[in-house]
Design a protein around this ligand. Structure first.
Ligand code: TNX
Length: 551
């Protein structure tokens, strides 16, 4: 099937042509104005060089090939084949071949990757004769496939039969992520979301090369993961949610299936059990976790800070041993998030001692402790990972603070610098930029505003150096965009708050700062609209973005 792009796709050709013209020296005077991107891939790859005049066309005979015996390349090839095909007839054959013959096939290989791609990067070479993706790991191959996917016309995303002249302009892409931690967080406690919703979220994360899904599995309003040795946590503690409707929880099998689904897409699930605060659901389920031995009532409001485990009781640590052991057993990832945020009912000394003991429990189960920034006040080890969330890292950048809060912020900053000097690493989640539950503007129907409002530009248009320059670069593990669910209880709302901002978070985590500018990004972002439409994503059509209409 060797056809010219249909009329409706000619604007893309015009964009590519525009880029070629814009990059000739004759047009330097207009360069600022003519910043037309060469492609609309998000996150922006490290380098893309177009080879003018050549195009790869997919036809009925296109095959996807891999080195015989490379099971991961075969599986990733099948992922691509399923994406491209919408009937048995149009689904490319996935076959092992000893040699990459450039005979019109798409070849995935772990052999001879260019050293510069590193552990998660890839090289993608497209010519009229074929496509080759090279990487040093299956993750790299998968990311190369996601780039190829985004270079294909958006109709490729339709699963139903759809006329698809599929082609990719010839080019070479070299790409490697800036940070190893490129995350999103989903709060399944305030409102519970079923496995299918979480899987959908993982699918959308994978399109943008995000690789950590932090699941906030417990809070005052609900306990959402089955702990076989403590059944009341879910039977009782998981029975409601914000607003008082029926809650829910993941059984051990549900959770294992999620872990596998995510791993298949190179996403590591980071489970969070938030302690010692945010624990009302546990306090309601097991009376011995309370200092007075009396079970609390279930809570369906949205306040924070009022609950705390009785850290003086040994039963609390026996309980936590059970919880960490049972979750670690079904979490192959290296991390266990212990929360640690917003505890108002405990002195600093008791809090620190609790976190230090918690770190021991996590480590004895073979995991690394992750905690919200408050945990840096404790004596945590270099293996710990601290998630910064307060929008206070640049003095003139946050909301005005009263003096008590300013003092607390200064103390936390000092603590973070202290643990940084000992080797602790950081995940950056500045609430005023990356909290997906902040409203875009006053008319956003869902979401909160405590950290300010975050329109698409505010969320994207900052650099790590600008906000976190105080931290040594090597201490930054990456970025994560949390989505708290006090105000949302449906996947449509998840999508509305996450898109487009999650794509921006992915780019901040992956792309070099020298390759990022809002003016250029907004054009690539606008080009996601047909793809999201094909995928059925309920995204916010920000007026600041030139959304591409049609296909
Ligand atoms: C703060 S940031 C919280 C959550 C809320 C969220 C709402 C942090 C670690 N804790 O408990 O859900 O704000 O935006």
């Amino acid at each position: 099937m060797r056809t010219d792009p249909p009329k409706s796709l000619r604007p893309l050709r015009a964009i590519l042509l525009g880029f070629l013209l814009a990059s000739t020296p004759l047009l330097t005077a207009c360069e600022e104005e003519a910043r037309i991107p060469a492609h609309s891939v998000i996150p922006n790859p490290t380098s893309v060089s177009l080879s003018a005049g050549d195009t790869f066309h997919l036809g009925d005979e296109t095959r996807i090939t891999f080195q015989p015996g490379d099971e991961e390349a075969e599986r990733i090839g099948q992922f691509l084949a399923d994406l491209i095909g919408n009937t048995v007839e149009t689904t490319p054959e996935v076959t092992g071949v000893v040699e990459n013959r450039q005979d019109g096939s798409i070849h995935l290989t772990l052999q001879d990757p260019p050293p510069s791609v590193g552990p998660e990067g890839y090289e993608l070479v497209v010519s009229g004769a074929g496509v080759t993706i090279r990487a040093s790991s299956p993750a790299g191959l998968f990311y190369g496939v996601q780039t190829l996917r985004q270079l294909l016309p958006p109709v490729v995303e339709y699963t139903a039969a759809y006329p698809k002249p599929l082609y990719v302009p010839a080019m070479t892409v070299m790409d490697t992520p800036r940070f190893p931690w490129r995350g999103a967080m989903l709060d399944v406690s305030r409102h519970f979301f079923q496995s299918d919703d979480v899987k959908r979220f993982i699918d959308l994360m994978a399109l943008y090369k995000l690789n950590r899904l932090h699941l906030h599995l417990s809070d005052d309003q609900g306990w959402r993961i089955e702990i076989p040795s403590r059944p009341n946590l879910t039977l009782h503690g998981g029975s409601t949610e914000v607003g008082g409707r029926e809650g829910g929880f993941f059984s051990v099998d549900d959770f294992s299936a999620l872990v596998q689904y995510a791993a298949d897409r190179f996403v590591t699930i980071v489970p969070e059990i938030d302690v010692p605060g945010h624990t009302n659901a546990a306090l309601a389920s097991y009376p011995e976790l309370n200092c007075d031995g009396v079970a609390r009532d279930l809570y369906t409001g949205t306040s924070v800070g009022f609950s705390a485990l009785c850290t003086e009781r040994e039963e609390v640590y026996e309980f936590l041993e059970d919880v960490v052991r049972d979750i670690a057993a079904v979490s192959p990832g290296a991390f266990f998030h212990v929360g640690g945020d917003e505890v108002e009912r405990l002195g600093q000394e008791a809090f620190n001692a609790f976190i230090e003991r918690m770190e021991g429990i996590v480590e004895s189960n073979g995991k690394r402790l992750v905690g919200w920034e408050e945990v840096s006040m404790a004596d945590i080890g270099p293996e710990a990972v601290v998630q910064l969330w307060r929008p206070l890292w640049k003095a003139d950048d946050g909301p005005a603070l009263d003096s008590a809060r300013a003092a607390q912020a200064a103390e936390l900053q000092e603590a973070a610098l202290r643990v940084a000097s000992q080797g602790t690493t950081f995940i950056l989640s500045p609430a005023d930029r990356l909290y997906l539950d902040m409203k875009y503007n006053p008319s956003t129907a869902v979401g909160l505003t405590w950290a300010g409002m975050a329109d698409v530009r505010t969320s994207y248009d900052w650099t790590v150096g600008e906000l976190f320059g105080i931290l040594p670069e090597e201490s930054i593990a990456g970025v994560e965009a949390p989505l708290w669910s006090e105000t949302i209880d449906h996947i449509h709302d998840i999508e509305y708050l996450a898109f487009p901002r999650l794509a921006g978070a992915a780019e901040i985590g992956w792309s070099l700062e020298s390759g990022r500018s809002w003016e250029e990004y907004r054009i690539r972002l606008g080009a996601q609209a047909p793809r999201w439409t094909a995928l059925g994503v309920n995204f916010y059509r920000s007026p600041d973005v030139p959304w591409v209409e049609g296909f």
